[in-house]
Design a protein around this ligand. Structure first.
Ligand code: FDP
Length: 342
């Protein structure tokens, strides 16, 4: 039963919302609707497991390293296989790609292939897992380019402008699913008592007045001059800048979600910390591009410091990119500093 705290004027479940969205597209076959519904369901499974993380034997890391050379946490594997198992057999997808797998994840031969491509970061911010801090799942869907059979690499290497759907789940004080299919950004909060995601944030717009800037200041000595000076700008120390407050969780989904709701900028720039990662740490295809699509749909903007994230033509599945995301005015100011000072 709903408690007295539930103040929703209208109860809009995620299912109902997705179906209403489908009506805007009369040509829709319902494939995307069911795909989204299953992603929400997979998210609920992952949320249920993250909620029990301290109680069952899934905390901590495995002895394996993923393709990025990062240690795989047990919850990462669980999230990865949950999303895979919800989507391998449905006939909706031509293939999948995940942070945890080096190549394309094929649809098993015994199942039909479909017209969409799914990319995901099953558990983003996983270095936070052992500290009971915000983590998330990011997903994105493209239409395949090839005509039939198993998806090929070109189906995956599409610029973010081609995205059909992008979203994330955030596992925090509450679990939320936020997504866009190109008609605004909508947020649903999981009511654990009934197991439903209910619309709580309709048509999210990034507030015009920015509140926070967000960057890992611990790496300051590795930044280029443009990023250093821009950071002074958001601190109000240079160029008549903003004097914003600072927040950094170290979980992209958490830092982005706060930026979306509070206004401001999150940035993970290119730096000189690790010569093998000249473009920073974040991945273009399954981290930056989906969040860039959401940011633009909410009135914001995302850039790699020189061009829109959504216009970058990916060259490889796990390509990294610098990311500046949030209020358009701030992201464009960052671009200006980088153009001028490098
Ligand atoms: P994590 O390594 O914990 O998975 O995508 C990787 C990511 O987290 C992002 O979620 C987060 O924004 C960033 O790395 C944090 O990196 P730093 O620890 O270098 O700040």
């Amino acid at each position: 039963m709903y408690g007295p705290g539930l103040q929703l004027k209208q109860i809009m479940t995620i299912e109902r919302h997705i179906l209403e969205e489908q009506k805007i597209h009369p040509e829709a076959t319902g494939t995307l609707t069911t795909l989204l519904y299953d992603l929400a369901l997979a998210g609920k499974f992952i949320a249920a497991n993250t909620a029990r993380a301290g109680l069952v034997e899934i905390l901590g890391s495995t002895d394996e390293y993923n393709v990025q050379g990062e240690q795989v946490m047990k919850l990462d594997q669980l999230a990865d296989s949950t999303i895979y198992r919800f989507n391998d057999h449905t006939g909706r997808l031509a293939g999948m790609a995940s942070e945890e797998h080096e190549g394309i994840i094929p649809i098993p031969d015994k199942y039909p292939t479909g017209k969409y491509i799914l990319l995901f970061d099953p558990l983003d911010g996983s270095s936070n897992i052992d500290y009971n801090t915000t983590i998330g799942t990011i997903f994105s869907v493209y239409r395949r380019i090839s005509s039939e059979g198993p998806g090929v690499i070109e189906d995956f290497l599409q610029p973010g402008r081609n995205l059909v759907v992008a979203g994330y789940l955030i596992y925090s004080v509450s679990t939320m699913l936020v997504y866009t299919s190109g008609t605004g950004v909508h947020g649903f909060t999981l009511d654990p008592s009934v197991g439903e995601c209910l619309l709580t944030h309709n048509d999210i717009r990034i507030p015009e007045k920015p509140k926070y800037y967000s960057i890992n200041q611990g790496y300051e000595r590795y930044w280029g001059e443009g990023v250093s000076r821009f950071t002074k700008y958001v601190q109000g120390l240079e160029g008549g800048g903003k004097s914003l407050s600072s927040r950094y969780i170290g979980s992209l989904v958490g830092d982005f979600h706060r930026t979306l709701l509070s206004g401001g900028i999150f940035y993970y720039p290119a730096d000189h910390k690790d010569p093998s990662k000249p473009d920073g740490k974040l991945r273009l295809l399954y981290e930056a591009a989906p969040l860039a699509f959401i940011a633009e749909q909410a009135g914001g903007y995302a850039s790699n410091g020189r061009q829109s994230i959504l216009d970058i033509q990916p060259q490889s599945l796990h390509q990294r990119t610098p990311l500046f995301i949030g209020n358009r005015e701030l992201v464009e100011k960052a671009e200006e500093y980088i153009r001028r000072y490098g």
